[in-house]
Design a protein around this ligand. Structure first.
Ligand code: NAI
Ligand code: 13P
Length: 333
């Protein structure tokens, strides 16, 4: 049994805490809101994010980071990507020096264009052997219901990747280890943007040919950027690439796909953002991924077009016409 601190009591932080508890660990969740801590501790539920799911007794919640981090062997981070730096800066000095930091987040920081593992390294000074990533087709509500699913746990250090694998292998959750942190993180961040694009097509009333085309060309685009930035292309063919893309783009549970669907039906980004409490990471990361692609001189037409719709510079209908209108080219280019 390991002692794990999970920072973030949203959908995925809470669902992954269930996985960790089912895998035999002692889990303390840090929640930003004290009322969420009280509800988790008293009612064994987190109704704002996972209504109807009973949390195992081994999970407790606290608003005090020091309490959550005391003796923690693993520190799991599950706050919105754009909020990681400001939060982690406050917690960094409290983190035990030998604890492994694990990112559950799927985004790229605006401005710095850093992946979450890079933000973690910068803020805490932890080396690559102390930083892991979990990414795969893991819609929080399905995981919380213990529906069978697999995922990838990546760390540059093979021994630590295997420890992470053991840490979260539960009766319903099967992790595979990998050394490709870059591929897993970029696969996870990019699929959110492709999910927005697919959602737009659904919102416009288009069918499976359109969505399959966006998914497949989205995967090509993801692999193009990720490999240019050092990822193994095979990672993108695996659970953290294709697997996550399929789950996100097929599921009405995906916040990114749902957000895109509303854009496709004509709502604005501001209207949709105001109507939900949950994060759709692609709305911000489309901008940072586009900047990353431009910096690496990688052609990224889907991210470019999704970004234009999110920014209100193009309608979803014009986005799809414009993507089709482009000069034709080889499928492998
Ligand atoms: N929900 C899912 O199915 C999955 C989500 N992820 C990723 O996990 C990360 C977290 O997402 P979710 O838990 O789904 O989000 P969520 O929207 O369900 O919850 C976000 C949590 O962060 C907290 N939060 C919001 N603003 C904050 C701030 N300024 N400082 C500190 N905490 C703040 C909220 O109170 C909430 O507890 C994201 O990067 C997401 O892409 C990854 C896999 C699955
Ligand atoms: O990452 C996810 C599934 O793997 C969750 O997707 P959404 O953030 O779009 O809900």
């Amino acid at each position: 049994m390991s002692k794990v601190a999970v920072f973030g009591a949203g959908s995925w932080g809470t669902a992954f805490s269930i996985v960790l508890a089912d895998a035999g660990n002692d889990v303390t969740i840090w929640a930003r809101r004290e009322d969420v801590c009280a509800t988790i501790n008293d009612s064994r539920e987190n109704p704002d994010y996972l209504p109807g799911i009973e949390l195992p007794p081994v999970i407790t919640a606290t608003h005090d980071p020091e309490l959550a981090l005391a003796g923690a062997e693993f520190v799991v981070l599950a706050v919105p990507s754009q909020k990681l730096r400001e939060n982690l800066t406050q917690w960094a000095d409290l983190i035990p020096r030998d604890a492994v930091l694990v990112s559950l987040m799927k985004g790229v920081e605006l401005g710095t264009l850093k992946r979450m593992s890079e933000v973690i390294a910068e803020v805490t000074g932890a080396g690559p052997e102390r930083i892991g990533v979990v990414s795969g087709p893991n819609l929080a509500m399905e995981i919380a219901r213990r529906e069978p699913a697999a995922s990838v746990v990546a760390c540059a250090d093979d021994v630590v990747a295997k420890r992470l694998r053991d840490l979260c292998h539960s009766p319903a959750f099967r992790p595979y280890s990998s050394a490709d942190v870059v591929g897993c993180e970029l696969g996870g961040a990019y699929k959110n943007v492709i999910g927005l694009g697919v959602g737009m097509a659904v919102g416009l009333g288009f069918g499976d040919n359109t969505t399959a085309s966006v998914i497949t060309r989205g995967l090509a685009e993801t692999a193009r950027l990720a490999t240019a930035l050092g990822a193994d292309p095979m990672t993108l063919m695996g659970l953290a690439g294709l697997g996550d893309l399929v789950a996100t783009c097929s599921s009405p549970l995906s916040r990114n796909r749902s957000f895109g669907e509303k854009l496709g039906r004509g709502m604005t980004t501001e209207e949709i953002t105001a109507s939900t409490r949950m994060v759709a990471e692609g709305v911000k990361s489309c901008s940072s991924l586009l900047d990353l692609a431009n910096r690496a001189e990688v052609y990224a037409p889907i991210v470019d077009h999704v970004h234009a719709v999110v920014e209100g510079k193009m309608t979803a209908a014009d986005m799809l016409s414009s993507l089709i209108d482009r000069d034709t080219k080889s499928e492998r280019d």
